[in-house]
Write a protein that binds this ligand. Structure first.
Ligand SMILES: [Fe+2]
Length: 488
């Protein structure tokens, strides 16, 4: 008898594990899939192959599950597989959960001491012809871009000395370089951060080592034409905290600590790195950074305090959407000034969401649009059976960062939208000319559906129907056919 497990944070019983690896060719489609949508939409998220040992474990502990929707000639194929990490394979052999709570090895079964505990469940990254499953607690895992088989841990030919690698590297669309970093680079709760430049052929060409003022969940980064910038906020940990109890999750929010921005010139070295001190606001995800004269302009989604309801506050205070909810904000850093602080503008304070995306062809460049799913509370319907306890993402918005205006698409009240990614119509299309791709959890029909939305009209044009529910996505990535070619 297979034990059924519904993750209490991710969604009632809708996200019960399926333990399904396989696919569907020529999926059922409602509406029309545009013929110029030619490529692969990769998704990475977590699916619990086995229930966690501790009931208060968090969705970030779920096993990596990579899936893809492949588009050609108006037709779509779907495929999904677990990322076969050492952890997944050990659990599968044992037929149960051998690992402790989120990133605390104190609760591990003795048989897995020394074995990597990463779930590799955060972002699919495509660079230099390779597909990676990434997670910030470990090195990437290389994935076959067609079969989704796991090829193994990847260390860039031995040049990646950091034990960890961000789930949010950034690729300069003009140079093809990938910028990345690892935090806790030399081990759990270490303050070592290693920054990397990787050329368009996939070779590490530069490493910069810096020391952080404290350990932070440096989840995302941004690059401008001139600088690398990494938000640093007081979601923190220490070796003492981890050792104190096997029930302690890796992270807690320490409201006493300041926030920082790590700013490093792209052509600079460790001596040029600056830690600019500021308020303890968390930019959990970035959109983009641009350099304009002496100003570095960074946009992303920011919360005033702990962004995660499931990681505790040090002072015991409860999480609230008022302080933890993220909104799209602009941070302006004066590169000429040697003083601390930056200017913050809350651009769309009424819409709260933590998974913003843009047209990634415009990374480092002037751009206009952010895309973000959020909850429109004025249109909330009655909760569906099996739905999560938190409000569903019922609206997809396109936010014009220049005019301050937004266009929205209401998605009904039977489901919740996961992160929506942008796919351009073609390589030369202007910014925003393309489609938004996002999976809707249809609680009422108990299945997952991929929405294809015209990003200019903000209208749905087609919907791929899967006859079952699939693992929740954390992040997705669009690979045009020219980047990852396949036979249709
Ligand atoms: Fe992320």
């Amino acid at each position: 008898m297979v034990q059924r497990f519904g993750d209490k944070h991710l969604g009632g019983d809708f996200f019960q594990t399926l333990r399904f690896e396989g696919g569907i060719d020529d999926c059922e489609v409602l509406g029309e899939i545009p013929s110029d949508l030619h490529g692969t939409f990769y998704r990475l998220g977590g699916d619990w192959a086995y229930p966690p040992k501790y009931p208060h474990d968090v969705p970030f502990s779920a096993d990596g599950y990579i899936s893809m929707f492949r588009f050609a000639n108006g037709r779509v194929n779907y495929k999904g597989r677990f990322v076969h990490t050492p952890r997944y394979l050990a659990n599968r052999k044992a037929g149960g959960q051998l690992f402790g709570i989120y990133r605390n090895r104190g609760g591990d079964d003795p048989s897995v001491r020394g074995l990597s505990s990463t779930m590799s469940n955060t972002t699919p990254v495509i660079h230099a012809g390779k597909l990676f499953a990434t997670k910030e607690d470990a090195r990437p895992y290389e994935i076959d871009p067609h079969t989704l088989e796991t090829r193994g841990e990847y260390d860039f030919g031995g040049k990646l000395t950091s034990l960890t690698f961000t789930a949010h590297p950034k690729i300069d669309p003009e140079t093809g370089e990938m910028f990345a970093f690892g935090f806790e680079a030399t081990g759990e709760a270490s303050t070592d951060m290693y920054l990397y430049t990787i050329d368009r052929s996939g070779k590490i060409t530069k490493e910069v080592r810096v020391q952080a003022p404290y350990v932070s969940e440096n989840h995302d980064m941004a690059i401008s034409k001139t600088h690398v910038v990494i938000p640093h906020f007081p979601l923190t940990t220490t070796r003492e905290w981890l050792a104190a109890s096997p029930e302690n999750l890796h992270w807690y929010w320490d409201e006493r600590l300041p926030g920082y921005l790590l700013v490093v010139p792209r052509n600079g070295d460790a001596k040029d790195a600056r830690w600019i001190k500021g308020p303890p606001h968390a930019m959990g995800h970035t959109l983009n950074a641009t350099t304009e004269g002496s100003k570095l302009i960074l946009e992303g989604t920011v919360s005033n305090a702990n962004p995660y309801p499931f990681f505790p506050n040090r002072d015991g205070s409860p999480w609230t959407p008022m302080t933890g909810g993220a909104t799209i904000r602009r941070w302006v850093i004066d590169l000429d000034s040697r003083s601390d602080g930056w200017e913050e503008q809350n651009l769309f304070p009424a819409q709260s969401g933590g998974l913003p995306r843009m047209d990634d062809r415009f990374i480092t460049l002037p751009y206009r649009y952010a895309y973000l799913g959020y909850t429109d509370f004025s249109r909330l319907g009655p909760p569906s059976s099996g739905a999560p306890s938190f409000p569903p993402t019922n609206t997809l918005g396109r936010f014009d960062l220049r005019s301050g205006k937004s266009e929205t698409l209401f998605l009904g009240d039977s489901g919740s939208l996961q992160e929506a990614c942008f796919a351009p119509r073609n390589a030369k299309a202007p910014e925003g000319s393309g489609y938004l791709l996002g999976v809707l959890s249809n609680f009422a029909e108990r299945r997952s559906e991929l929405l294809v939305v015209d990003a200019q009209k903000m209208q749905e044009v087609g919907r791929v129907i899967l006859p079952f529910q699939i693992a929740a996505q954390v992040h997705g990535a669009w690979a045009p056919h020219a980047q990852v070619p396949f036979e249709a």
